[in-house]
Design a binder for this molecule. Structure first.
Ligand code: SF4
Length: 408
């Protein structure tokens, strides 16, 4: 392998800002935006008069804009949004379901995405040409997606092709990645996956080529590979800040799965000790966690699955069931409210919402809708055409794989 320079590690801003909204008391009620802006994170600037509006004033504004716009606009909301935002969603889902909803919108001229940047990009890739996708706050990114920059991933791909040959590796990216990374997978015969179909997509990839590059979530990649019988010795982690990912030629040759070193700031807060504490408090507790959690947490839990799988496991359980849940706090709260006959709690004792999802404050929703009423749309997410075509290819490949295999 040729000699390469060491790169300086750069932590994404979104990762550094993750703790900004964590608190010890159980209070996630929205405050006027001017108050919330005191949290030390990046906020998109919007006109001053939105900053002090009360929840009631924002409600009225949003309702009035929606009445004016009618079917010209549809609002899609991710499950991790807070109550004061998700209530405006016409359709709710996890990132996979929302991408399907985006592709099914026939009449709406505008899709307002109550989620984060990569989801809005996916909606733009899958929606009709004439539709515009709007993200209410442009600083609502995703720390995991930000950990796989285009430059670093292109570098990694060219290194892998030069060391292992172009026919050795299939690139797979988790939905939680930028359009550029999805496009790289599309043009190199790879695919996108979600937490509900990662196993099927990985299995498909092993039928194509001997190795997989899995981006950008190290934990989902490892958990899925182990489930498919790949041994820990056959899994390596690519560190983008080291030459050749910090791996030797031999390690790469022996590996079956090359994991990108990325993670979710929310799901890596969970620890096996929290599960031990839950079991000692409730002898009959069932523990369910998201597969973005580290492997030792998955091993200690009773079940793991996508956001939609967590929702149906809890909703479909017997009255009186006790659930310790390892996923985003706004969703866990909603499960508690919707299942008053069960005990449901978050495994993490600290109330710590996803800080980028949390940036979709109702004031931003009011602002972007007002702009639509004024025929001056703002915050349009527009993926360049060439990237769109290639990323769509990776997404469509995922859908074909999912449709032709049983997905749990
Ligand atoms: S929960 Fe994790 S993966 Fe999802 S948007 Fe937040 S940081 Fe990204």
């Amino acid at each position: 392998m040729a000699t390469k320079q060491l790169r300086v590690p750069v932590l994404p801003v979104t990762e550094m800002e993750q703790g900004a909204f964590c608190r010890s008391e159980d209070d996630l009620l929205a405050k006027p935006l001017v108050e919330e802006m005191k949290a030390n994170v990046n906020w998109q600037k919007i006109p001053d008069h939105y900053l002090n509006l009360s929840p009631t004033e924002l409600d009225e504004k949003i309702k009035s804009s929606r009445d004016t716009l009618g079917k010209r606009v549809v609002l899609l909301g991710h499950h991790y949004q807070r109550e004061e935002v998700i209530k405006y969603a016409d359709l709710q889902g996890d990132s996979f379901k929302l991408s399907q909803y985006a592709s099914q919108q026939e009449t709406a001229e505008y899709i307002v995405f109550l989620g984060v940047h990569f989801m809005a990009e996916t909606a733009d890739i899958l929606s009709h040409l004439q539709q515009k996708v709007i993200l209410p706050n442009m600083s609502a990114g995703c720390s995991m997606a930000d950990m796989a920059t285009t430059e670093d991933v292109l570098d990694c791909w060219s290194d892998l092709c030069s060391v292992l040959g172009p026919e050795a590796v299939t690139p797979i990216t988790y939905m939680n990645s930028t359009a550029d990374i999805k496009a790289l997978c599309g043009r190199n015969n790879g695919a996108v996956c979600t937490s509900s179909n990662a196993k099927a997509v990985m299995q498909w990839a092993f039928n194509q080529k001997p190795k997989i590059l899995f981006l950008p979530d190290e934990h989902l990649g490892r958990n899925t590979a182990l489930e498919l019988g790949v041994t820990p010795e056959e899994i390596v982690v690519w560190n983008p800040y080291k030459p050749y990912g910090g791996l030797t030629e031999n390690e790469l040759a022996l590996s079956k799965v090359i994991l990108w070193r990325g993670h979710c700031a929310v799901h890596t807060r969970f620890r096996p000790q929290q599960i031990i504490a839950a079991r000692s408090k409730y002898s009959n507790v069932k523990v369910i966690v998201h597969p973005e959690c580290p492997q030792d947490v998955i091993a200690a839990a009773d079940f793991n699955g996508s956001t939609e799988k967590i929702i149906s496991a809890v909703n479909d359980s017997e009255p009186g069931s006790v659930w310790g849940v390892g996923t985003e706090i706004n969703l866990v709260h909603r499960l508690q409210v919707n299942n008053p006959d069960k005990i449901i709690f978050c495994l993490d004792p600290v109330v710590c919402p996803c800080s980028t999802m949390y940036r979709i404050h109702p004031a931003y929703v009011a602002w972007v809708l007002d702009q639509l009423v004024a025929d001056a749309p703002c915050n349009i997410i527009s993926v360049p055409d060439d990237i769109k075509v290639q990323a769509r290819e990776a997404l469509e490949r995922m859908l074909q794989i999912t449709n032709s295999s049983a997905v749990d």
